[in-house]
Design a binder for this molecule. Sequence first.
Ligand code: SF4
Ligand code: SF4
Length: 133
Amino acid sequence: MKMRPHHLLCVQKYTGHGYDDAFAAGMDALICRLKARPDTAVTLVEGRDDICAACPHIAGGRCDSEEKVNRLDRGVLEACGFSAGETRSWSVLAREAREQVLEKDTFGKICGCCEWFGLCRNTREGWIDAKDK
Ligand code: SF4
Ligand code: SF4
């Protein structure tokens, strides 16, 4: 599975709100897959990933907020010590993103510019906990 680095955060904060029904259905299916198989191999990619594929904001293969989401991606890579192109299991990547970003002030520093931050900040992440501890 391909995933933009900042989507390591979005997936763990997802509560069913999406850009449209097709996007939400894609997220639901992806999360179902990760819940069933936390050992799923995830490759961190630059640019469009499996989540973007169902997003109405993708145009010509690029996100219409590419500059902003690239910043988010760089923030997550830097905070977690990951590199683009790296492949690890979902549970390992998700745990690191949670510990290095979501559970620290780093979360606000990276995500404060996102339109969903108000919602995500008040969402208690945790569905993965039962699977990887
Ligand atoms: S296309 Fe842009 S807004 Fe849509 S999921 Fe991808 S990064 Fe997010
Ligand atoms: S604030 Fe935005 S980028 Fe951060 S986890 Fe939420 S949806 Fe993703």
